[in-house]
Write a protein that binds this ligand. Sequence first.
Ligand SMILES: Cc1ncc(COP(=O)(O)O)c(C=O)c1O
Length: 358
Amino acid sequence: MTRVYNFSAGPSMMPLEVMEHARDEFLDFKGIGSSIIEISHRSKDYIAVASEAERDLRDLLRVPDNYRILFMQGGGRGQFAAVPMNLMVGTGKADYITTGNWSEDACTEAGRYGDARAIKADYRNDDGLISVKTDLTFRDDVDYVYYCDNETVCGVEFSDIPDVGDRILVSDVSSNFLSRPVDVSRYGLLYAGAQKNVAPAGLTIVIVRDDLIGRAMKCCPSIFDYKILADKDSMFNTPPTFCWYMAGLVFKWLKEMGGIEEMARRNREKADFLYGFLDSSDFYRTAVAPEFRSRMNVPFFLKDESLNDKFLAEAKAAGLTSLKGHRILGGMRASIYNAMPMEGVKALVSFMERFARN
Ligand SMILES: Cc1ncc(COP(=O)(O)O)c(C=O)c1O
């Protein structure tokens, strides 16, 4: 068996140790004679898995007691709708800081439920790099302010939490969840689709402050109503049991690695290594201003774009896959989530050096 370094933006590489653990107990989970995917979500064996995963996540992120963790379905786009249906219920207004396609799409979706105003914060600076305005003004009477902490496609990440005064802050952290510590108490709500840093696709994790639960619009489907989910411990309907189990294994793996602080150190090191190389090269160029470069998704371009196909074919032959950039930005993109080891980034940089030389 040969495993490649897979730079996919999601679904993406999972930690090898987690995959091996899941494989080893796949047919017979802890001696019960059935697979974890074959048993009821209401069985005592499964409930133990689910609650342990929640406890581990709470520990890892130091989630305060007045926040609920919901294990939902519907992905990031489900939350584009669920967030306004649950929270845009006071004045019916929300301000959306947009820094790329995911926050723009979230704003458009929220517009179906109320007055969602886009505050376009991304722009091209004098060097043609994507940058982000930070002196933003918000309406006083919004139900919340929304932003995307890491724009997966264009590789724009916030290094600081935007200052929104005492307004409720909501963030889509789908593509940098668990990649660095986060002060949950600064947020009303955080959510992440699992398919990048947590688990296979199919699970969405929502961390929401107690007092924001229980106010959903009448039109909100029950499966998206945070109160119904919270009251039923995320088992109102059949949850994605395999994904939740896999998430639990990833949380254990993170704990064994030294927790989120250690993961953040490794992620910084990987990103610095890759950006350092890109900055030193006159064959490649980056897309984003240094202060806003994502540590997770690194878009880059060959200065001679006619070599793109050759680059991708040779990278693949060298065991480096899924480097093609998203169609919105073009070029290349290396997604280097938690599960990508430093060796993978080094292998990529060596290949890129070789390719440039040849
Ligand atoms: C930051 C971000 N938000 C939302 C989404 C949409 O997620 P989903 O495909 O789970 O609906 C994605 C998908 O890649 C994403 O990267």
